[in-house]
Write a protein that binds this ligand. Sequence first.
Ligand SMILES: C[C@@H](O)[C@H](NC(=O)OP(=O)(O)OC[C@H]1O[C@@H](n2cnc3c(N)ncnc32)[C@H](O)[C@@H]1O)C(=O)O
Ligand SMILES: Nc1ncnc2c1ncn2[C@@H]1O[C@H](COP(=O)(O)OP(=O)(O)OP(=O)(O)O)[C@@H](O)[C@H]1O
Ligand SMILES: [Fe+2]
Length: 579
Amino acid sequence: MSSDTRILGIEGTAWAASAAVFDGATDDVFIESDAYEPDSGGIHPREAAEHMHDAIPRVVETALEHAHNTFDGPADEAPIDAVAFSQGPGLGPCLRIVGTAARALSQALEVPLVGVNHMVAHLEIGRHTSGFDSPVCLNASGANAHLLAYRNGRYRVLGETMDTGVGNAIDKFTRHVGWTHPGGPKVEAAAEDGQYIDLPYVVKGMDFSFSGIMSAAKQAHDGVSASSASGGSSDERRESDGGTPIEDICFSLQENIFGMLTEVAERALSLTGSDELVLGGGVGQNARLREMLEAMCDQRGADFHAPEPRFLRDNAGMIAVLGAKMYDAGETLALEDSRVDPNYRPDQVPVVWRTDEPELAVGRADGETQVRGAEALVSLDPDAGRVTKRRESKTYRHPELDERLRRERTTLEARLTSLARREGVPTPVLSDVDPLEARLELEYVGDADLRDALTAERVRDVGRHLARLHRAGFVHGDPTTRNVRVGRHDGSSEERSANSREPDPNRTFLIDFGLGYHTDHVEDYAMDVHVFDQSLVGTADDPEPLREAVREGYREIGEESVLERLRDVEGRGRYVDST
Ligand SMILES: C[C@@H](O)[C@H](NC(=O)OP(=O)(O)OC[C@H]1O[C@@H](n2cnc3c(N)ncnc32)[C@H](O)[C@@H]1O)C(=O)O
Ligand SMILES: Nc1ncnc2c1ncn2[C@@H]1O[C@H](COP(=O)(O)OP(=O)(O)OP(=O)(O)O)[C@@H](O)[C@H]1O
Ligand SMILES: [Fe+2]
């Protein structure tokens, strides 16, 4: 869709005081920005707000001048159709200054206001510049990190950080070693001379967390002598007794953190059936992250797009571009609804500007004998009742990390698949394991993936299964609607005759235990249910009754305290400020 709409956008959620003019007729985006650069430490909300106070009027004036200069309409008409502004998420004091400026400008020019969600803008700019129809989006910014996909009128959060945003995690590390804000580019530069060291790697379904790896990185650094913590510019490798060179830490941080982001992006592609990925957010300026995402997409035959850097870091261009789409769809704001929201979630936004576009088609064709999951190539032989699963080497991952993950996960999958079965949870019988080749041979189970056969009754059954695993002291780690098989098909004929009754068509089997682990933490159990929840949100049109059904099933067997903790978990991963 193209239009002649002209929008002035204003951005100022944290560090970038920015104004832009988008011209729908020419697709031209003019951006004027003024960055806040803290003298020391991270972003101070009060200082950032002072910066907005000074800089917003200046950048708006420059943008407005550009709007006048490029306007060929009547002299008594406003040179733009509307003023769009970042309504959230972001730092409250900064957002309020932006809101006030936007309201004043819309009143002075007598044009409407459009309130834009900053995170949706990070996503939409990539969709706009790529021309992709329905991509999965990885937002890798300072205060956030999440995967979004469009479904049924909303951008659904398929996965997100369980603690800090990815940029903030990196910035906290660089602050710890005494480097100035922002740390991302400095880590990227230092990583060029680094070698791989082992650091934690944590993904849970499509969620992930950075706290473990960041504290390990700080500890590794603290083993380094004080003289070596001076900066990232020196060429000599700085090492002391038992210490780790900062270059190696930076290199490995990038390999693991971006490896995690790339892995969850691949999971999201696999789960939604999409073959398009766009990147958004300031960390997207990192060349290694882009390289990994590109390699991952190449390997699975998907298309990848990253907007140019001026559209990745915070900027008002993306606010103006999305503002135009919203304006064209009639999404303007009354003054009384123009309040800013520091915790504005992307999935709160009704996506009214995309009604004509197709939703993702999912499902496996009948008779297919090879399936590409997010991790593995799976060869299916339903007639022989057998499946061969091989975790492929990922070209985007560092070879050491790649080997470690494939071996560990294969071993775990074998062990936990059998253990679950002993706990009364239907799983495929294992006939062979080869950890070195990352290969498993399993019984073929079910007639369909739960994703393609969702009912409340089946989902309730999964709730019971998860509770059984948790009661036995371990988690599945990746319970998605693609990791549950449904139906009668059960290769183990001995068991069938032993039970001497027809298998239940609603029977559900859990597969793919590679991300599972032993734990007695309520938090881990709650996360397990949360991961399943998010996959329901990503694959069902009306997820609410299904989410309720999981809880009902869980309650029959599991502990109420897990469901209580789940409510806590759901409240997290929200906007965390950068101080
Ligand atoms: C809510 C909003 O205020 C916030 N914006 C934000 O965080 O600014 P953004 O421009 O998207 O990202 C800034 C982050 O991006 C990181 N960054 C910049 N260049 C980088 C690079 N080359 N490698 C890694 N990180 C980089 C910085 O270290 C910083 O943490 C957000 O979108 O989460
Ligand atoms: N034992 C099995 N019986 C029947 N189908 C299976 C079996 N194992 C796997 N499949 C099919 O293959 C698909 C991918 O398998 P699996 O989830 O184990 O691979 P993966 O690469 O780990 O996938 P992902 O990481 O995307 O969940 C499943 O969604 C399912 O359709
Ligand atoms: Fe941002």
